[in-house]
Design a protein around this ligand. Structure first.
Ligand code: ADP
Length: 275
């Protein structure tokens, strides 16, 4: 079937009035398959957030094109609102954007702007809260301020899920969470990917995390796509990874994480070396 996201020869140049130009992406081409879990990795400044912002129309190509679900992403003449419903983006530290007095209202914020009936909004809010392990009866009327950091982040995730996106993009989803909250977060992500067939794109610099969750890795280095493969394959290329500022995860850490999360060790064994 046709890929859900298709990027062809994408170049992005930031221009500031009177300032210097900054080339953030150069000639990037890639495809994201429906139902896949893809991780985009690379050091700070490699272009990861510039790339994902093209997927929901927060940025537009300087050159090249981005096609989401068969529709070309363009500044003019396209329905950006509908694009942003279909491609949900969870920003870094999303809990900082919770501002309503109740969890219900925070999760309802997006659906209310979609022209749904109050009944439909409520149905979506409850389903989204359930899907991140927060029983609506217990949580909907409470303030987000009463929750732990991990729970607040899941409320923010529920706010994106309530829009029923076909692609879910998460920017450094577990940064700043403790080990327990992380494990919990992974559990939900895996359900979305493996059981619900949602397309998930994960931006991360945590190699253990991406190895445990993603079936495909894309590596950016200085604005260029330098590698695109399964984690098991990429982690064998230690020298090159180090050139891109990355290191394969230590085997014992990776296997411990896979085991803790009840994930199978892929049939194709990891051939990675201790960094
Ligand atoms: P990453 O997400 O991998 O850290 P970014 O996409 O944020 O990388 O940045 C890629 C490059 O573009 C960096 O050199 C960064 O400094 C530059 N950049 C990012 N945003 C802007 C902006 N708004 N204006 C100018 N340069 C920017």
């Amino acid at each position: 079937s046709e890929p859900i996201i298709l990027v062809r020869h994408l170049t992005h140049v930031y221009t500031q009035a009177g300032g210097p130009q900054k080339v953030a992406l150069t000639d990037v081409s890639l495809e994201i398959e429906r139902g896949s879990c893809t991780a985009i990795i690379g050091v700070t400044g490699s272009g990861k957030s510039t790339l994902i912002q093209h997927f929901n129309g927060l940025l537009f190509p300087t050159e090249g094109e981005v096609i989401v679900d068969g529709v070309k992403v363009e500044e003019k003449g396209m329905d950006l609102r509908s694009l942003r419903q279909r491609v949900g983006l969870l920003f870094q530290f999303p809990e900082m954007q919770l501002f309503e007095t109740t969890i219900f209202n925070d999760v309802a914020f997006g659906p209310r702007r979609m022209g749904l009936s109050p009944r439909e909004v409520e149905g979506r809010v409850h389903a989204a809260l359930e899907s991140v392990g927060l029983a609506p009866e217990a949580y909907a009327r409470r303030s987000p301020l009463e929750l732990s950091g991990g729970q607040r982040r899941r409320v923010a995730l529920a706010g994106v899920l309530a829009m029923r996106p076909s692609v879910l993009i998460l920017d450094e989803p577990t940064v700043g969470l403790d080990a327990e909250a992380r494990t919990e977060f992974y559990r939900y992500l895996r359900v979305f990917c493996r059981e619900q067939g949602m397309t998930v794109i994960l931006v991360s610099h945590d190699m253990t995390e991406v190895a445990a969750l993603a079936d495909t890795l894309l590596i950016l280095s200085s604005g260029q796509l330098v590698a695109w493969d399964k984690p098991q394959k990429l982690f064998a290329r230690v020298e090159q990874l180090l050139d891109w500022g990355l290191a394969p995860p230590p085997l014992h850490e990776l296997f411990a994480l896979l085991r803790q999360n009840g994930l199978p060790i892929p049939a194709e064994t990891y051939t990675l070396e201790e960094a």
